[in-house]
Design a binder for this molecule. Structure first.
Ligand SMILES: [Zn+2]
Length: 310
């Protein structure tokens, strides 16, 4: 920056060559808190399975090294995560993710392939790399808890190959991971539906008409939910005959609404396999009770995931 440059350009033209995010002249700096050097420091650095793909522009700011610093949670973050409503609607997790991994500017846009790694990293940064998972032995039926190293688990998470198109002969489908916002919405809808299902099943037989009406509604809503998930997970569809690539969400949804249910099933299976690939792999251990070699499923329940840390 030229020291002799006047405070205000006399021509009234400022920022002739604007550089986004870098002001031409620093604003008057607030006095630096001498305690700032004691503020939290990054505990680990991670690279995301997506490598930044599938993030909307501006929602992620990857450092040159490709590795994102992860800070431990503050007390405020922990309180946010203990607020049941904020956890339920995803807002709490989003806030804490953005606080602990500042490279993430908008966690709602995070592709599902990155969620587990980001959460594990936050937990490692805050509570260390060991975490207990429960597993039941199929031989002796005993349940025990097994301590796993989250760093090892994190390394098993891979981004599925979304560039491989699903070939349905007449059309080819290109999938993409859902965003955190879409996943959260789908999860909430699923939760509402299961509550509704319980309510319907508890209705007495004297209300049989009402009961079957509600059950039909429920099937319709489940179907809508499945269509949403399929549409949100589709980047585009190629019509093989014309070679045209369809990216419009409304066209894609209409397509899924009007195809044979058998094909819908095939598509769902295919999508399920893609999602499965990005989940942490089962871990082999020996049963503490009888020594049998068993496999433990590594599942993350947001509430447990963080509350267990205390
Ligand atoms: Zn056993």
């Amino acid at each position: 920056m030229d020291e002799n440059q006047p405070e205000h350009n006399p021509l009234g033209v400022q920022n002739v060559t604007p550089r986004i995010g870098i002001p031409n002249r620093p604003a008057v700096q607030a006095p630096t808190n001498p305690l700032a050097k004691h503020f939290r420091q990054p505990a680990i650095y991670i690279s995301l399975p997506s490598r930044g793909q599938y993030w909307e522009s501006g929602s992620l700011d990857i450092p040159e090294t490709g590795e994102l610093p992860v800070y431990p949670m503050t007390t405020r973050d922990e309180i946010t995560l203990r607020t049941p409503d904020a956890l339920m609607n995803g807002q709490g997790v989003v806030e804490v993710l953005q606080s602990c991994i500042p490279s993430i500017k908008n966690a709602w846009k995070m592709p599902s392939v990155d969620t587990d790694v980001a959460l594990m990293a936050m937990r490692i940064a805050s509570y260390g790399h060991n975490m207990d998972f429960e597993g039941t032995c199929p031989k002796c039926n005993e349940e025990h808890s097994y301590t796993m190293d989250l760093r090892t688990l994190m390394a098993t998470i891979k981004c599925p190959d979304y560039n491989q198109l699903m070939d349905l002969q007449a059309v080819n489908i290109k999938f993409k991971p859902q965003s955190y916002l879409e996943t959260t919405r789908a999860g909430q809808a699923q939760f509402e539906l299961s509550r509704y299902e319980k309510m319907v099943s508890e209705m007495g037989d004297d209300a049989l008409d009402e009961k079957s009406k509600l059950a039909t509604q429920q099937i319709k809503r489940l179907n809508e939910l499945a269509l949403d998930i399929m549409t949100n997970s589709t980047e585009y569809i190629i019509d093989v005959e014309s070679g045209s690539r369809i990216e419009r969400k409304d066209y894609i949804r209409e397509f899924y609404t009007n195809i044979d249910t058998k094909i819908v099933q095939e598509i769902n299976d295919y999508m399920g396999k893609l999602v499965e690939e990005s989940n942490p792999k089962m871990q082999k251990v020996n049963c503490v009770g009888c020594g049998e070699a068993i496999e433990i499923r590594i599942a993350f329940d947001y509430a447990n995931f963080f509350v267990l840390g205390f």
